[in-house]
Design a protein around this ligand. Structure first.
Ligand code: FES
Length: 125
């Protein structure tokens, strides 16, 4: 994708679309994303669990600043994407910001995970 910085910002949803702790799938431009609300903070990330690609808008539970995938209980700090507990990979986050009552995300390139069937340990970023 060869676009200017301004063109890479996409409106995702309205603040009022999500209650605290809620996750929703949205299209930002042509990219599917999940947006999570943690209090007054919003985070935008790819729609799949970094472990085995569960759809996080269905399997994710966002509570007390932690996102948990209910499939195998990998967890992340929802504000930073840093892994917690048994999670072995961070949650990739798109840069995002509030503009008035709208959530916007910076998506220059779609973020993806390298899923492999073995789920081996030599995963590299
Ligand atoms: S698929 Fe999410 S923790 Fe395994």
């Amino acid at each position: 994708m060869n676009i200017s910085k301004d063109e890479a910002w996409f409106r995702v949803c309205a603040v009022a679309d999500l209650a605290d702790g809620q996750l929703q799938k949205h299209l930002a431009g042509e990219t599917a994303v999940v947006v999570a609300r943690a209090g007054d903070e919003f985070r935008v990330f790819p729609p799949f669990c970094p472990h085995m690609a569960e759809p996080l808008h269905e399997s994710g539970i966002c509570k007390s600043g932690t996102l948990t995938c209910s499939k195998h209980l990998w967890q992340w700090n929802i504000l930073t994407g840093e892994q917690q507990g048994p999670a072995e990979r961070p949650l990739l986050l798109y840069p995002s910001e509030l503009r008035g009552d709208q959530v916007w995300a910076y998506i220059e390139e779609e973020l993806t995970y390298d899923f492999d069937e073995e789920d081996d340990d030599d995963f590299e970023w």
